[in-house]
Design a protein around this ligand. Sequence first.
Ligand code: SF4
Length: 463
Amino acid sequence: MNTNEAERQNQYMHRVYEINSIPSAKRYHISTFGCQLNENDSEKLEGMLVQMGYSKTENLEESNFIIYNTCCVRENAEQKVYGHLGRLKKLKEKNPELLIAMCGCMMQQKHVIEHIKRTYRHVDIIFGTHNLHKLPELLYTLLYNGEKVIDVWETDGVLTEGIPFERKKGVKAWLTVMYGCNNFCSYCIVPYVRGRERSRELDDILNEANKLSSQGFKEITLLGQNVNSYGKELEKKLSFAELLYRLNGIDGIERIRFMTSHPKDLSDELIDAIRLSAKVCEHLHLPVQAGSTKILKEMNRKYSKENYLELIDKVKNKIPGIALTTDIIVGFPGETEKDFEVTLDVMEKVRYDSAYTFLYSKRTGTPAALKQDQVPEIIKKERFNRLIQLQNTISKEINDTYVGQKVDVLVEGISKTNKDMLTGRTGTNKIVNFSGPAKLIYKTIKVHITNSQTWSLDGEFIS
Ligand code: SF4
């Protein structure tokens, strides 16, 4: 743990606060791209900005400080960021005082920084995933010297605790338990931009969970690129299963979810912890990525189709009714029609409640990007559509089985699709829309399911 660093950044927060002569006038706008880990990192960035006297605005035109927390897991994520950056140039021409900062996974790539330095000279600060906590110091340096600041660490950052959060209001909260990944799946850029696995200390996680409970959050989602290898490198070794048992004892927290798990680290101990911990939701997100063992080998996933299906059988036997979701990549280099049909076969065997599905995207610096047998885009898209069709059918069939059931729903707020309805989720992570009084928001209630869609359920409030 690195409290001195947190204290140091605290001092810089004060200095920036003083520089911002009229704190209320200073507005920030933050755009977050990519995964839940980035969303949680952005909550830290916002926590530091608020401490420095900034207040939030959704309106780019009104903001004095714009931050992009970027993602580079797929090509289109990067193209999206460049598109946005281009548009900021005009804003800066209109308001030369405007400050622009870039951080997140994309900034951990040298070729990206060189591209931004050459093409987007209106960017003032660039920092990476390992030194997010240094925002106050970097901003102070810019405000004080008036010079652009680029500070991206190649080495894995020491985890810094004690950074303030500005969390989204609601009943659910993200809680990051570890950073980085050691798996080096051949298509994935994450290990190169997020570094090696580093777990937070148990006490820091328990303190944060207790704080979340005292702030009224009832559901926490534990985050990590590979949460189920949590604790392996800690001095005092601790398994992810043990962490779940400890968090299960926190008063006020009603539900615990976690993502993302790697099949090779899904132990019997962890399956039992999910089964025996009342607050751990009966939902497991277990990326398979592909069906054919040949492709899994090429992906360096470290399990075969048979291993994966055995694991799924074990989970289903031990926790009947558990919801299963997954990640699938279509069109990995060398994938034949026969390989793809094995992926469809695995989906029919497992019957996932839902699946995050992606077209393979070549990432500079990953081994798979160098493979000769890249699958043509038109074939990828055709296979992708077939896969979606199958998954939609399965998701609807599974949701149909909920009709007539009485389920526990943690009410999150007003439904996004119908303002006259409330919405919430079951333990199995099903979205449920129903009509009821606003006083039910943030409560766990019983709902009778009356109808099902592919991606949500409709119901009536019971009690
Ligand atoms: S487990 Fe594989 S896919 Fe997931 S973050 Fe690590 S390297 Fe990437």
